[in-house]
Design a protein around this ligand. Structure first.
Ligand code: FAD
Length: 307
């Protein structure tokens, strides 16, 4: 049995593991894919003190750092069920094994909802992007589209309009769903067009990078092509928490509800990173939250475990 069991091996899980290991307690990390979302990332330019790195390199460094410590790393292991208990919390894995620990830190991250149209996969990181805070500056002076007219899409369009030459916001519905104040700001910008009732049907490219997209006007039924260099898909970030339904309290969006210490609704169960209600899904934030949840788990152990 562990003192701290971390589920998830992205930035949040890695930070939680290292902070716990430095306390000299028994620690395990079970991750479906150690490294997490950064494995799918190309350039990372906002990890403070490292001006530029690549996602796979960053993920490899996370693993090296964690393995510097006495941590039981169980890679390629998917957690399927959390069973809270009085002294021990159990986590059941897809391979049939059950892990037991005095505290658990959930850091299973999130995934961006995809458009699922031809070209999207082929041009991911080659013009198709999901995070304006991460990739916006790569499109300085270029033309981009933002897919999705909810708060995150409209915020992304306003943000990008400062950096790029032109933004086309594409919304499937016949109206934007974003807050009025955001819509007013968006409509005041000179370099933004808004297309309503428009369904993106294809990402176009030259084999190397994005050159445009095809959308269908859902009312007239006609197809149009837009020439551009970037497409920011903003149709939802889905937390990887389906397996936790009924076990810990989740927000309506499925995020794990945590307090300022990363404590969930279940004593001894903490959470950190993109799978939680903490706003702004970024590497530096996930790392900080992982460290915080780990210190909170240690604090919990001091208060509840027999000496
Ligand atoms: P994740 O990185 O999502 O890690 C989750 C971990 O949990 C993984 O190991 C996963 O395999 C595991 N897991 C999931 N479900 C289970 C389960 N049931 N059982 C066991 N393990 C499970 N942020 C930046 O700051 N700068 C950038 O430039 C940047 N670029 C990005 C580019 C792309 C393409 C993407 C997708 C994201 C980018 N981000 C960037 C966001 C950043 O990657 C995330 O904010 C960060 O990775 C969140 O860390 P996390 O540890 O919370 O979750």
């Amino acid at each position: 049995a562990y003192d701290v069991l971390v589920i998830g091996g992205g930035p949040a899980g890695a930070a939680a593991a290292i902070y716990a290991a430095r306390k000299g307690i028994r620690i395990g990390v079970a991750a479906e894919r150690f490294g997490g979302q950064v494995l799918d990332t190309m350039a990372i330019e906002n990890f403070i003190s490292v001006p530029h790195t690549e996602g796979p390199q960053f993920a490899a460094s996370l693993e090296v750092h964690v393995k510097d410590y006495d941590v039981d790393v169980m890679n390629l292991q998917r957690a399927e069920k959390l069973v809270p208990g009085k002294d021990m919390i159990a986590v059941e894995l897809a391979n049939g094994a059950t892990l037991r620990s005095k505290t658990v830190i959930l850091s299973t991250g999130a995934r961006w909802r995809q458009m699922e149209v031809p070209g999207e996969d082929q041009y991911r990181n080659k013009g198709v992007a999901y995070c304006p805070h991460c990739d916006g500056p790569l499109f300085k002076g270029k033309r981009v589209a933002v897919i999705g007219g909810g708060n995150s899409g409209v915020e992304a369009a306003i943000d990008l309009a400062n950096i790029v030459s032109h933004v086309t916001l594409i919304e499937f519905d016949n109206k934007l769903r974003a807050d009025d104040v955001l819509q007013r700001k968006l409509r005041s910008l000179p370099n933004v067009d808004i297309l309503l009732s428009a369904k993106t049907t294809e990402v176009l490219g030259d084999g190397q990078k994005v050159t445009g997209l095809v959308y269908e006007n859902r009312i007239a039924g006609q197809r149009h092509t837009l020439g551009l260099e970037g497409i920011f898909v903003q149709i939802g970030l889905l937390p990887n928490t389906e397996w936790l339904k009924g076990a810990v309290e989740l927000s309506p969006r499925g995020e794990i509800i945590v307090d300022h210490h990363g404590q969930t609704s279940v004593p001894g169960v903490f959470a950190a990173g993109d799978c939680t209600t903490v706003p702004y899904k970024q590497i530096v934030i996930a790392l900080g939250e992982g460290a915080k949840a780990s210190l909170a788990a240690f604090d919990h152990l001091i208060r509840t475990s027999a000496p």
